[in-house]
Design a protein around this ligand. Structure first.
Ligand code: BT5
Length: 327
């Protein structure tokens, strides 16, 4: 009932929907609708009640809404699950790996312990953000998890660009609009007795946050699609488009083992190639000029003090502006 209720409220957004209309649609009593609304409110979702009916505070994606647009063979087609609230979609996958099939897609309206790279926190407030994990169990042995991060960043860049906004990729895993982070990618390889069992790809996208919805420490570096478009953002189509791009890149890469189609997007839409940046690696910092992205997915840079060229591995470094601020 929750997902269908949200789908109907979203369809009419921002207009309120009379409870009677909903109870007719679902063939249930008004009391049952009120009960479902109370359950959603208890989770933290904001649903207004007016004389004229019920209205969502901001648009929400739903399984029936995504399926309206979904055209994939595998990803999201064979298993599309939505949690209203969860600790982390990635943690759920690692705890339930044996029961989750290849190609499954898990979504959550909110995460209480969403995570980024190297144990960092990912903010995913209820009803405003998108948290999504894709489970991969069928892969060619030569496919590299680091390249899958680039593949996902390219798919996300393509899908987000359909909004008309300028979307740049900050190697390896950030998606930016006007130098503010709108989305991030997290790839995790899962091993059992040293044998690779699965790769989980996670993406977090800021959909309908206002600036004050972000934790204070990221106020100046984060943005949302609603802030950038200056309108409430409907994510159903974006999710379906992302899965479509992801599937295309993934199937092509699995067959050809050629990363160029997605790496060329990472290069073309890069926020850092040609820039001077500071590389942060543990306690060490060095200023470099970014020259390009190698076929391995590594970043090719020139050290400004030694003039030496070197490649950087994404799992080890972060990039900052030379003044220490977020790029
Ligand atoms: C990322 O890490 O950007 C990866 C984000 C992946 C999140 C997804 S959601 C589904 C799946 N389940 C999970 O638990 N995680 C994945 P990283 O590059 O390490 O960036 C983390 C940093 O971004 C933090 O240290 C903050 O500075 C900043 N940050 C946190 N939340 C943010 C947000 N909502 N928007 C922009 N920046 C944020």
């Amino acid at each position: 009932m929750h997902s269908h209720l949200i789908f109907q409220l979203n369809k009419q957004f921002p207009n309120p929907v009379p409870t009677e209309t909903l109870s007719q649609q679902f063939n249930c009593s008004a009391a049952e609708i009120t009960e479902a609304v109370e359950e959603l409110r208890a989770l933290g979702l904001v649903i207004h009640s007016y004389n004229s009916g019920l209205q969502l505070a901001s648009p929400l994606y739903s399984i029936p809404g995504i399926k309206t647009y979904l055209n994939t063979q595998t990803f999201g087609n064979q298993g599309l699950y939505l949690f209203e609230t969860i600790d982390s979609t990635h943690t759920y996958v690692s705890n339930n790996l044996s029961t989750i099939d290849h190609g499954s897609v898990l979504l959550a309206y909110s995460q209480t312990a969403g995570r980024g790279r190297r144990g960092r926190k990912w903010s995913s407030p209820i009803g405003k953000s998108l948290s999504l994990s894709i489970v991969l169990k069928e892969f060619a042995a030569q496919m590299k998890p680091t390249l899958l991060t680039q593949l996902t960043a390219a798919a996300l860049q393509q899908a987000l660009s359909e909004t008309g906004l300028p979307i740049a990729i900050k190697w390896p895993n950030d998606l930016l609009i006007n130098r503010r982070k709108v989305a991030g990618v997290l790839t995790e390889a899962m091993f059992e007795r040293q044998v690779l069992q699965a790769i989980t790809i996670g993406i977090g996208i800021n959909l309908n946050q206002s600036q004050t919805d972000f934790p204070t420490e990221i106020h100046t570096k984060a943005t949302s699609l609603a802030l950038e478009t200056e309108a409430p953002f409907f994510a159903d189509k974006l999710i379906a488009q992302f899965l479509q791009y992801f599937e295309q890149f993934y199937q092509d890469y699995q067959q050809s083992l050629d990363p160029e189609p997605f790496l060329s997007i990472c290069r073309q839409e890069s926020a850092v190639i040609g820039e001077i940046v500071t590389v942060v690696q543990g306690d060490k910092r060095r200023d470099v000029e970014v020259l390009g992205i190698e076929a391995t997915g590594e970043l090719l840079v020139r050290d400004l003090s030694s003039q030496e060229q070197m490649t950087l591995i994404s799992s080890e470094v972060s990039l900052r502006n030379p003044d220490g601020s977020y790029i």
